[in-house]
Design a protein around this ligand. Sequence first.
Ligand code: GTP
Ligand code: MG
Length: 205
Amino acid sequence: MQIRSATFVISNSDVSKCPNSSLPEYAFIGRSNVGKSSLINAICNKKKLAKTSSRPGKTQLINHFLINQNWHLVDLPGFGYARVSKTQKKVFQKFITNYFKQRKQLVNAFLLIDIRHEPQPIDMNFMEWLGENYIPFSIIFTKADKLKPAARERNINAYTQKMLETQWEELPPIFVTSSLHKTGGEEILEYIYSLNQSLSETDLS
Ligand code: GTP
Ligand code: MG
């Protein structure tokens, strides 16, 4: 899928104020600093579409971007960022969970995971929560440029192994990306395209 247009629509902390449209929607979620906003920019080929920072905690709201006039890409705040106050953390968590529970347009969540790390409980718990809430998700490993191929493979295997050992019988789609080298984005766009296609076919029947 080619990106012909990508524009910012709205930011807010209240799911009821998210765009009132029936367009299919895809959200990027994951720990702070994992590279959600950077990947949105890399995929859309627009350096400043989503705000990024080397300091964690940059994205603090639900941000909607309209892609090709026919679907939304959503950038969310990171979870697990220790430096925001406890009260703020609770508010974040609340509006993020409300977003996932209430946003009917959400077709698929992409859980971003830094490829450099061992399986983290916070990510495993979030997958479990998505599963319990029947929210379809895929995994995107980020920052692939930071590891050599063998180490990448080892870390991905550690994650998939951990998933299969715990609550998962089968694995979700898995993507490996580098925003720096602009790799892996095309596969994600093809996947979104195929989901959009199957939705429009369902609508016709
Ligand atoms: P929050 O909004 O704080 O939750 O963070 P985020 O997940 O949106 O991360 P963001 O895209 O702001 O990136 C965080 C840092 O990681 C920035 O310094 C990016 O330049 C860097 N980064 C993101 N993706 C990559 C990547 O693929 N490779 C490398 N080397 N650095 C990356
Ligand atoms: Mg961000």
